[in-house]
Write a protein that binds this ligand. Sequence first.
Ligand SMILES: C[S@@+](CC[C@H](N)C(=O)[O-])C[C@H]1O[C@@H](n2cnc3c(N)ncnc32)[C@H](O)[C@@H]1O
Length: 242
Amino acid sequence: MRDYDPAKSFDADSARYHDVRGDEEEAVAFLLSRAGDRRSLELAIGTGRIAIPLAAAGLNVEGIDIAPAMLDRMREKPGGSAIPARLGNIVDVDVDGSFGFVFVLWNTFFNLITQADQRRCFENVAARLDPGGLFLIEAYTPDPFFKLDGNQEIKTEAVGNSSVRIGALRHDPATQVIEQNHVTLSAHGMHFAPVVQRYVWPSEMDLMAELAGLSLVERFGGWREEPFTAKSDMHVSVYARD
Ligand SMILES: C[S@@+](CC[C@H](N)C(=O)[O-])C[C@H]1O[C@@H](n2cnc3c(N)ncnc32)[C@H](O)[C@@H]1O
């Protein structure tokens, strides 16, 4: 998708963005168990869906995000303005000092749409981790895209009296890039919400980690520490710096 800009896209849709996913309680419990009392950083903190409850539980957590309007939404929430958060790209991880725990949730690592950017993210996280520090990624496994007819799909996402939302998706297995657009049609006209992602299998992720000097220490198929198996549609992976 030419001219795709995640900052513009998330900014434009921040008001419509639905920031409840249903996994918050278990995600927070798992993250607290691994973070301990380490200085922590959420990459792509968004509206603080997870960072706010983490901070409320006493975690020293900070964040970066590329979309100013998402950070504004976090700061409007109770407790949100107390979380140090800066505008930035998770490719660069431009932050002060080092961290004991860095994490990126809800498939957002895949929002880096080239392998080069994903590798740079790993390298920059590794450079900012304390010795023994942890980097956690929560992401989907990309199976469903391989079942698509002709590497594309159109889905009816919502149907109302005077509006419908249609999802259009195209998959390029060669580059591992998914281009999506959620299109709302209503009496007010059309609204486009594009998202582009580059997925990776856990094996490629582990290799990027290794190249950055990190090693896999834990992988689960869910926040409740479900075993990661061939049937897992997501994974929570934890890497450590030596
Ligand atoms: C699906 S939301 C997840 C927000 C939050 N982590 C959560 O779990 O609720 C994705 C977030 O990633 C941010 N984002 C996308 N690409 C980014 C990038 N390259 N650097 C920093 N933030 C990015 C978006 O602005 C958005 O806030």
